[in-house]
Design a protein around this ligand. Structure first.
Ligand code: GLA
Ligand code: ZN
Length: 714
């Protein structure tokens, strides 16, 4: 999935962090300089694209704007290694020195996302082969194979030379490895090197070739392999690929990218132990297991461009209310926070103006840039870099607008960003490093996502769309959502949600069972537990491993093409009938109570939604696909009737979330609407900035933000 598809799918659905790493360098500013607080608020900066006589002016203006750090050099391979093995860091030394003289720290990017022409000319084998079997052309970025040994060697070489050269350079505080791994036009490689790599990967994961044949069921269509070298990659063939084989290939490519990163990480850790190390990704990327990617990195970094959704929406003719767009952005942030089990994350790139490549978004409305920055912090960001300082006058992103315009005057958002950085810094490290307060958990399962990519059942059924639809419903509770794998201890959450958990591992089933048994509320969507983690369809009645917990068995499952079926709600859910779209799991209650039945269609009177008491808890099965508003009504009603009501009666488009530390609680009220809104408050607060007392009602201007402080709830 490329960047565009990623946004398109999304829109369809609508502590001490650092252990001092890196900040030693920041505070080691020359004695004459004021000390810099350990806060990262800055910009992405391209001295490589800027005439040198402007660097001093840039650094002075950044310092005046309150910038504490920049991310630089992540695409400057050609300037740093103009020919193979000949390194030139003199220009970068000068840029870093100028920035440092202004107390601006540098996060250095390793440049492997953009190999120079000499490299692809001399070693054409580094080029990626995409899913159609087409070899990508060089000349842009992200066109290389993650397993090719030459590309890996040269990537590690440049990272090593950078690390040696900059290990003790004053002002260097940390590293970003590569840039947005897999978020190019093609996310996976299918070249000869990857084919051999896949065969090796399979050898390590399976006891024998026979086990692979058994697991995938290669007897089907006479695909039994008699030698590892016969195992192909899922390039176009005469028919869709074997699903078990394709799922393993996606896992292998994800591992390949993670191990590509690890090679550079090993070197950087050894040579620069005092620096922090991260990489960056758009919040919600599903072609790569980001948890694996970040496992040994110091913190997660997300890139955030909220108004990109506007371009996609305009293109597709769809329209979404402000709260739905806000939820897409928040889901990205919550996903980023989940990558390091809730640790605060960094925004490596934050939208600062009109943005896009061939098409660009409108200029954000006055107040929106500030709102989006607070939204990130509200969800657990500890700092923000704005993309980018200036606006390039050439190149594929010459319309990706920064803080300076093409003529280097201030952009329309400049003052707002400067003000926002000043405000957020004054919130202070305690608030910025405080853990996010999430009472709900949403399972994002990549195996289910990938398996459904091969066989969605109904062409319009998309894992991420369904996930965002559930997330949007939960966001309205104001109770905070953690994005989980489902293999964690779930006991601290008030409720757990699992839309489209198509593949259920034994470990997930155990965690969910223990959670419900212990008193938890579990909500599953349709297609639950159809496959095991090897991609084999379970040979018991559905929902497979979770039958006992859910207290139901499936009578049948149905893709919906003609919407002739409705759901009739009963009891606590009573309301007008709702149409069923896309999918219906037809349920037979064994122990469960029926909360809704199908009307019309082939299964009138059969169960569509059930609730099962299991141990001390309850498990709900939502068998019918419901559109967003109906889904939200069902989930919020069931939560409220089980002691989890909405935390605030906030109007649509007003987002509320909290972070807690040391008995303090910071609650962020964010108005995503273009009109003022009022929120009734249930407790008394102090304004986080001026300590004034706030109670009764809170009125937020259009795109307005308030941060209120109170004592943390026990
Ligand atoms: C991404 C990349 C940047 C730049 C911006 C704008 O997040 O990491 O290099 O391309 O988007 O496109
Ligand atoms: Zn490859």
């Amino acid at each position: 999935m490329n960047r565009r598809e990623f946004f398109a799918v999304g829109t369809a659905g609508a502590a001490t962090l650092f252990s001092a790493r890196g900040f030693a360098a920041l505070s080691a500013a020359p004695a004459a300089s004021p000390s810099i607080p350990p806060l990262l608020f800055g910009v992405d900066y391209y001295p490589d694209q800027t005439p040198e006589h402007l660097w001093e002016e840039d650094a002075a203006a950044m310092a005046a704007a309150g910038v504490t750090n920049v991310r630089i050099a992540e695409f400057a391979w050609g300037l740093m290694e103009p020919s193979e093995g000949a390194y030139d860091f003199r220009w970068l030394d000068r840029a870093v020195a100028i920035l440092h003289a202004h107390n601006i720290g540098c996060i250095l990017g390793t440049p492997s996302a953009a190999p120079p022409p000499w490299l692809s000319q001399k070693y054409p084998e580094v080029l990626m082969v995409n899913e159609h079997g087409v070899t990508l052309a060089p000349g842009t970025r992200r066109f290389t194979c993650p397993t090719n040994t030459t590309y890996r060697r040269l990537s590690v070489n440049i990272a090593t030379e950078m690390a040696k050269h900059f290990a003790s350079t004053p002002g260097i505080i940390g590293w970003q490895i590569d840039n947005e791994l897999t978020l190019g036009d093609s996310a996976r490689c299918y070249c000869r090197s990857c084919r051999e790599g896949f065969q090796q990967w399979l050898r390590k994961r399976y006891p024998s070739l026979d086990a692979i044949n058994q697991t995938w069921g290669t007897v089907f269509w006479s695909n039994t392999y008699t030698d590892f070298s016969q195992i192909p990659v899922p390039l176009p063939s005469g028919a869709p690929p074997n699903p078990g084989f394709a799922l393993d290939y996606y896992r292998y490519q994800s591992d390949a990218n993670a191990s590509f990163l690890e090679e550079q990480l090993t070197v950087l850790r050894r040579l620069c132990p005092q620096h922090f190390i991260t990489t960056n990704n758009a919040g919600l990327v599903d072609n790569l297991n980001l948890r694996d990617l970040y496992r040994n990195l110091d913190f997660a970094s997300a890139d955030n461009y909220p108004s990109f959704f506007a371009i996609i929406l305009a293109d597709s003719g769809a329209s979404l209310p402000p709260e739905a767009i806000a939820a897409l952005t928040s889901l990205g942030h919550d996903t980023a926070r989940g990558l390091k089990d809730g640790k605060p994350f960094f925004i490596m790139e934050e939208q600062s103006g009109k943005s896009g490549q061939p098409f660009f978004s409108p200029q954000p409305e006055p107040g929106q840039l500030r709102l989006w920055s607070y939204q990130a912090v509200a969800h657990g960001a500890f700092g923000i870099n704005y993309f980018r300082w200036d606006t390039a006058v050439f190149g594929a992103e010459e319309y990706w607008h920064g803080l300076l315009r093409h003529d280097r005057s201030h952009s329309p958002g400049f003052d707002e960003i400067v003000q926002t950085m000043r405000e957020l810094k004054s919130l202070g490290p305690e608030a910025l490093h405080a853990p996010y307060d999430a009472q709900l958990g949403l399972i994002l399962d990549l195996s289910s996502d990938w398996a459904l990519t091969f066989q969605p059942g109904q062409p319009k059924l998309k894992y991420l769309s369904e996930l965002t639809s559930w997330y949007g419903s939960l966001a309205a509770t104001g109770r905070g959502v953690d994005i989980l794998e489902g293999t964690e201890d779930l006991s601290r959450y008030k409720a757990i949600f699992a839309p489209l958990l198509y593949v259920v591992s034994a470990q997930q089933a155990e965690r969910i069972r223990a959670y419900v048994q212990g008193g938890g509320l579990f909500f599953a969507g349709f297609r639950l537990g159809v496959k095991d983690e090897r991609s084999r369809i379970v040979e018991t009645p559905l929902p497979g491993l979770l039958r006992d917990v859910m207290g139901v068995e499936l009578y049948d499952y149905q893709p919906i093409y003609a919407e002739t079926q409705n759901v009739k709600f009963t009891g606590a859910l009573a309301a007008a009938d709702a149409p069923v779209h896309l999918w219906a799991d037809i349920l037979i209650p064994k122990e469960a109570d029926v909360l809704a039945t199908y009307t019309g269609g082939a299964n009138p009177g059969k169960a569509a939604i059930t609730a099962n008491s299991f141990g001390k808890g309850k498990a709900f099965y939502l068998g019918a696909h419901l559109e967003g508003p109906e889904l939200a009504r069902v989930l919020l009603t069931l939560l409220a009737s089980h002691n989890v009501p909405r935390a605030f009666e906030a109007p649509a488009g007003v987002e509320i979330s909290s972070r807690n530390a040391n008995g303090n609680r910071w609650t962020y009220f964010l108005n995503h609407n273009s009109e003022p809104q009022t929120v009734p408050l249930k407790e008394s607060y102090q304004d986080a900035f001026d300590s004034s007392a706030v109670s009764g009602t809170l009125t937020l201007p259009a795109y307005g933000v308030r941060v209120l402080k109170s004592k943390a709830r026990g």
